[in-house]
Design a protein around this ligand. Structure first.
Ligand SMILES: Nc1ncnc2c1ncn2[C@@H]1O[C@H](COP(=O)(O)OP(=O)(O)OP(=O)(O)O)[C@@H](O)[C@H]1O
Length: 613
């Protein structure tokens, strides 16, 4: 046991590996320390918005610290006067009343500083949470691609909560402790420099001990927060993937994955808590030593007559008081460290770059005709690996453009560029003759609508889900859009009709019905440019016909980009773009491409043959 305990002290930075996991937390994970002054500075920038309240809190802290010093001082002086015997008895009554007043005021100022600080703390984390959430929604799509949702959620919840609990109590307690320490030191020096020196002889040892321990625990607390975020991500992912996990009987594997992540938290939390748990013990031990020195040597000095008994009483009381702030400091240190770790993770997200800015003075267009031009556009998700190469084509207003090609050809990627989730690495995209990057992103997107394979539904009524296309639409407009989308009849057949509450995972509604709702949503949005990702999943013929009808009504008079998987549905397209390995291989109408006898005609004929079989 002892060996396990001293292990981390021998190896300042061992590695968290499979061995660590197997060892059940006996090996300390590898962690990196960071500079925290920046993080504290940024927390301060939030706190400083409430300067007046904060000044009041500081005033209360000063008052309560001074009152905490005054009580023992009064007792010491009274004892000296009692020993000298020259105090009239009426003075004792006043002394006792004074002492009660000091302690009542002490409680009052402590209580006030506490409730005011809670108010400041709650406002601070309210703003931080708001900034974080608002910033998250300005981040580019690639940011979300690289992280698990649960991990991001953990930053908005767990990490902010850590900051909150520290600001509520620990921060002010730490400040008050430091102040009490300074005050105690001042009065002690004034009374007896020699006894002060003896009392504080242990302080350098305490400081060294604290420094040594916190250097090790700080990064461990950060590691624990990171692991917690990872676990949250895993929980979120596995819960949302429940059906797939069950369908493939992967429950055991998922539980093992959880165990591994859970164990990582156990290891980092174990070491963080264990090592920081030494702090109060160390403080207590050293403080008892200081107490013994003051009592022993102070007693000798009192017998010799170089100090009074009252001074010894004050010193003994101060030595005890001086333990309290030190112990508070030691106890609150854990919370402070974990809050700084949490804040660092919050600021890390806040420092992420927002979606690339629109060029110069970006314009907003009231109307868009829907002329879209791609001019030698190339793009790659990762540097040096182009997914789209040299793509050039034009979509005239109202035209239907179909995108076809084998899986991984780059169809979705092209759509992502069109919606400005990403910007091209080279080449330009223009809309109605304006370079896309010169049109305000939100303005551009407000003229577009998407009907994707997996249409996203929010938890809410059917009406609210359709109205997502245009928030100011009336109930009547929602119904008209649903009728055009062929969704009205199935909605009316459902219990509660338009007021039926849907779940976020879309349970209780079929894939085809989801598509019809997405079409209604897009019709309501009344966009100039449409992006459709044709469903690959097999839908019954009746629903398919309904969807097709709805789509045709939706596409009428709008520039539409359709990712087509079944080629017979795009025969009427004005232009078909055939993509292969990121290159635009062929383009033309269905008949033109068939005549060319190239890749498209092979693809079409092979689909026909499959159907005939
Ligand atoms: N976020 C991403 N980061 C890196 N590479 C990506 C990313 N998204 C897609 N890719 C890669 O880009 C290529 C084109 O993918 P894309 O999704 O555009 O193909 P697609 O033609 O739409 O395929 P499908 O018909 O299967 O949907 C693929 O090789 C894919 O692995």
């Amino acid at each position: 046991m002892f060996k396990a305990l001293i292990e981390p002290f021998r190896q300042p930075q061992p590695v968290l590996d499979s061995e660590s996991l197997r060892s059940g937390g006996r090996r300390k994970p590898k962690v990196r320390a960071k500079n925290w002054s920046g993080t504290l500075g940024r927390i301060w920038s939030y706190l400083s918005r409430r300067k007046v309240k904060l000044s009041l809190v500081l005033l209360m802290v000063f008052a309560s610290s001074a009152l905490a010093l005054l009580g023992p001082y009064m007792v010491g002086v009274a004892v000296d006067q009692f020993i000298s015997g020259d105090v009239p008895s009426s003075s004792w009554t006043w002394f006792l009343l004074g002492l009660v007043a000091v302690y009542v005021l002490f409680s009052l100022t402590s209580w006030l500083q506490n409730i005011w600080m809670i108010e400041i703390a709650q406002e601070t984390v309210f703003r931080m949470r708001y900034d974080l959430f608002a910033h998250l929604h300005k981040l580019p799509i690639p940011f979300f691609g690289k992280r698990q949702q649960g991990e991001i959620m953990s930053r908005v919840t767990n990490d902010i909560e850590n900051v909150s609990s520290t600001l509520n109590s620990s921060a002010i307690q730490i400040f008050s402790s430091v102040l009490t320490l300074i005050g105690t030191l001042g009065v002690m020096l004034w009374l007896s420099p020699l006894l002060t020196l003896l009392t504080f002889i242990v302080v350098p040892l305490m400081a060294l001990g604290m420094r040594w321990i916190t250097r090790r625990t700080g990064p461990l607390f950060k590691e624990r927060q990171r692991n917690l975020g990872e676990l949250n991500g895993y929980i979120e992912e596995t819960l949302s993937g429940q059906r797939i996990i069950k369908a493939f009987s992967q429950e055991e594997r998922v539980i093992r994955g959880f165990e591994e992540r859970n164990m990582r938290i156990r290891i980092s939390a174990f070491w963080a808590q264990t090592i920081s748990g030494f702090i109060p013990k160390l403080m207590n031990g050293l403080n008892n030593l200081s107490f013994a020195i003051v009592a022993g040597i102070g007693g000798i000095l009192a017998i010799q007559g170089s100090v009074t008994v009252g001074v010894i009483i004050i010193f003994v009381e101060y030595a005890r008081q001086f333990t309290r702030p030190l112990n508070d400091l030691a106890n609150q240190w854990n919370t402070l460290l974990s809050a700084i770790a949490g804040a660092e993770r919050v600021f890390e997200v806040l420092d992420e770059d927002e979606e690339s800015k629109d060029e110069g003075a970006a314009i907003a267009l009231d109307n868009i005709q829907g002329n879209v031009r791609f001019d030698k556009v190339s793009f790659g998700y990762d540097e040096g690996r182009d997914i789209l190469r040299d793509i050039s084509f034009e979509a005239k207003p109202g035209e239907m453009i179909a995108l076809v090609g084998p899986t991984g050809a780059g169809k979705t990627t092209l759509i992502q560029l069109l919606s400005r989730f990403y910007d091209p690495t080279s080449g330009t995209i223009t809309v109605d003759g304006h370079k896309m990057t010169t049109i305000r992103r939100e303005n551009l997107r407000s003229h577009m609508a998407f009907v994707l394979q997996d249409s996203f539904l929010f938890q809410g009524t059917i009406r609210e889900n359709i109205r997502f296309g245009r928030l100011d639409a009336t109930d009547e407009e929602v119904e008209i859009a649903s009728k055009l989308a062929n969704a009205h009849s199935f909605i009316m057949r459902m219990k509660n009709g338009y007021d039926r509450v849907l779940q976020a995972d879309g349970s209780g509604i079929s894939q085809g019905q989801k598509q019809l709702l997405a079409i209604a949503r897009a019709i309501l949005a009344d966009p100039s440019i449409l992006v459709l990702d044709e469903a690959t999943s097999s839908i019954d013929t009746v629903t398919e016909i309904k969807i097709q009808e709805g789509l045709e009504r939706l596409m009428h008079g709008r520039t539409s980009f359709v990712i087509a998987h079944r080629l017979n549905t795009i025969r009427q397209a004005d232009r078909i773009l055939v993509l292969k390995d990121g290159k635009l291989l062929e383009q033309g109408s269905h008949d033109e491409l068939l005549k060319q006898g190239g890749f498209y005609s092979d693809l079409y004929n092979s689909q026909l043959r499959k159907k005939a079989q």
